[in-house]
Design a protein around this ligand. Structure first.
Ligand code: FES
Length: 188
């Protein structure tokens, strides 16, 4: 297995507090591994866990109401505003996730465009593994509990994650962490 270490220079993601779930995540990862793999350093238990990614604020947009979200039922939405080709999905995972909001910190949102070459990930959610994929183009699968990190496949970048807020029972997108495929300047 090839292990690629990423040292990008932008937002810090504190994953040390997630170390208690490493064993569970590795089990899921091992199940999904198929041939060549790209795993960033922070997915390896017992190794330093700070990862830096790019982030940008976008206009605050209401994307769902908490009452409408059903566990393991992704809902697509357009984001950022005024970008006709970029869609995201929001999903209530039913278990705590990195960047998650809500009472259980289990509501997350990610791009539907694969970070490798923009393959459409719509409809590939795997509830049993809280993962997105495999991508129909080159089979990358992403871990939605760990900021969209690559589990297996050709992609080397995590799936861009929308930053979310809750207000008066509604969920708002306020920005994106990671480079949306096909865009050059969402790094801020
Ligand atoms: S476009 Fe998704 S793995 Fe290549």
């Amino acid at each position: 297995m090839d292990i690629k270490i990423k040292t990008e220079s932008e937002i810090e993601i504190q994953t040390s507090e997630e170390s208690g779930s490493d064993h569970l995540c590795m089990s899921r990862r091992n199940f999904l591994l198929t041939g060549s793999s790209a795993i960033v350093l922070s997915t390896m238990p017992g190794i330093a866990t700070a990862v830096k990614l790019a982030a940008k604020d976008y206009p605050r947009v209401k994307i769902a109401s908490l009452r409408e979200l059903q566990t393991d039922q992704p809902v697509d939405f357009s984001y950022p505003p005024n970008n006709p080709i970029s869609t995201f999905f929001i999903v209530k995972l039913g278990e705590e996730a990195g960047g998650g909001i809500g009472r259980k910190k289990d509501i997350v949102a990610f791009s539907n465009l694969c970070s490798h070459m923009g393959g459409p990930l719509n409809g590939t959610y795997k509830a049993a593994h809280k993962a997105m994929g495999p991508c129909p183009l080159h089979l990358t699968t992403f871990d939605l509990t760990r900021h969209g990190m690559v589990i297996s496949g050709h992609a080397t970048e995590a799936l861009p994650q929308a930053r979310l807020e809750i207000s008066r029972g509604n969920v708002y997108a306020v920005g994106v962490t990671g480079l949306i495929y096909g865009q050059h300047d969402n790094l801020g």
